[in-house]
Design a protein around this ligand. Structure first.
Ligand code: S3P
Length: 443
């Protein structure tokens, strides 16, 4: 089985037993490189989550004149050019599939006075909404033009002013774009959130010496003189651990440990949801990893009952909602997701893609405008064939469904996993061969 193969069959597994470590957090990896690029001097990053998305970020900052030394897969040295030192590359910057890259970088580039930039992306990123960042950045005085609300994005850096901005959608990417532009603005910039979203930008900016005030529902940043990050240690990505957490929950007789995971409460909504459904997940060795709450997880299989997930929980589990659907398919009774229309603006329409995938595996699932409704059966799924729709999270959903199925699941377009987790199928494969007798350590 190889991630380079576009069609992958994952066969059922009798039990999942062992220890795994997942790659570094993708959201923090993007931010460490981007903020490192505008620091004074060197930022040393360990535990970097290497993937197609984060490699696009390295390439982007390099094209802006930033030197990045790579030492093996997970260690980087970023030689920052200071807050105002980025140089226009004279050609467009390709943000590939990475929404986090394009939106956060736009906030930084808006403040690079006198320089002109163009940001592009792949077909999927080019379909995703960009007016959501253009609108607040323009209010700050940015000269920023979308193409009918989409990429390409043209930015000319110029003086910015602070704003008070109430986010119309709960989005950490939009919040971060405004906060990063706020580093360059005259006066204070405040972002008010309808519902809390991931706060990695706030944490890294504080670590870099920026003046950031965090309140329960808003964040204020003040203009910065200089930033310096020094060392950044990146914890394992909860979103990459989540497929294995769900797999071990669903496959009877499993006992799986996932080590060194980011357990920032703004990311771990899926744990609360699964626990409500009856999952048996224990957190141990709680510790701080790179300024984020982290720890190890022990997951034992469990029989689940259906639950309802509403708007308040959505941002805390946004990238794991397809996996919630899979857990719901194997739980007793009805499960419902509401207030998640944002899923339609992801790498693909994740409401339709998730519902279509589960239906083709024999699950009773129905899409709603803002979520889905699933009637679960507490037994193994039948199995079958699904399409990833070019979306890494849907490809991982297919693989995990295969492990927990009766007949296996073939995923078309499985190579999409490389967007966030290039070694995903190798890890599935090694875990499948790890038995209770061997109890092997898998990295
Ligand atoms: C991300 C925020 C979320 C998430 C995405 C990564 C980030 O997007 O879905 O995978 O790194 O800030 P939104 O902020 O648009 O919800």
């Amino acid at each position: 089985m190889s991630a380079a193969v576009a069609s992958v069959l994952v066969e059922p597994v009798p039990e999942l037993v062992g220890h795994v470590e997942v790659p570094g957090d993708k959201s923090i990896s993007h931010r460490a490189v981007l903020i490192g690029a505008i620091c004074d001097g060197e930022t040393r990053i360990s535990g970097f989550g290497r993937s197609a998305d984060t490699e696009a970020t390295i390439a982007a900052v390099r094209s802006l004149g930033v030197d990045v030394d790579e030492h093996g897969a997970e260690t980087l040295r970023v030689f920052g050019r200071g807050l105002r030192g980025l140089c226009a590359p004279g050609r467009s910057i390709d943000c590939a599939n990475a929404g986090t890259l394009v939106r956060l970088l736009a906030g930084i580039l808006a403040g690079q006075q006198g320089e002109e930039f163009e940001l592009t992306g792949d077909e999927s990123l080019s379909r995703r909404p960009m007016a959501r960042i253009a609108e607040p950045l323009q209010r700050m005085g940015a000269l920023l033009e979308t193409t009918d609300g989409h990429l390409p994005l043209r930015i000319v850096g110029r003086p910015l002013g602070g704003i008070d901005y109430a986010l119309p959608v709960a989005s950490a990417q939009v919040k971060s774009a405004v906060l990063l532009a706020g580093l360059y603005a005259g006066g204070e910039t405040t972002v008010v959130e309808p519902v809390p979203t991931r706060d990695h930008t706030e944490r890294l900016l504080q670590a870099a010496g920026a003046s950031v005030t965090v309140r329960p529902t808003s964040v204020t940043v003040r203009p910065a003189g200089r930033l310096a990050l020094g060392e950044v240690e990146i914890p394992g990505d909860f979103s990459s651990a989540a497929p294995f957490v769900v797999a071990a929950t669903l496959v009877p007789g499993s006992e799986l440990h996932v080590h060194g995971v980011n357990l920032n409460p703004r990311r771990t909504g899926l744990l609360e949801i699964l626990e409500r459904m009856g999952a048996r997940i224990t957190i141990y060795n709680r510790r701080s990893i790179g300024g984020e709450p982290g720890g190890d997880l022990e997951v034992q299989s469990a029989t689940l009952v259906g639950t309802t997930v509403g708007a308040g929980e959505v941002p805390l589990a946004i990238d794991e909602l397809p996996l919630f659907a899979l857990a719901a398919a194997c739980a007793r009774g009805q499960s419902t997701l509401r207030g998640a229309e944002e899923l339609r603006a992801k790498e693909t329409d994740r409401i339709d893609a998730t519902v279509d995938a589960l239906r083709s595996l024999g699950v009773r699932a129905r899409a709603r405008d803002d979520g889905f409704a699933i009637t679960g059966v507490p037994a193994r799924l039948r199995g079958g064939r699904i399409a990833s729709c070019g979306d890494h999270r849907i490809a991982m959903l297919g693989a995990i469904a295969g492990l927990a199925s009766r007949e296996g699941v073939r995923t078309e377009g499985a190579d999409a996993v490389s967007v966030s987790f290039p070694g995903f199928f190798e890890m599935v494969d090694r875990l499948r061969r790890s038995t209770r007798a061997q109890h092997r350590w898998i990295e």
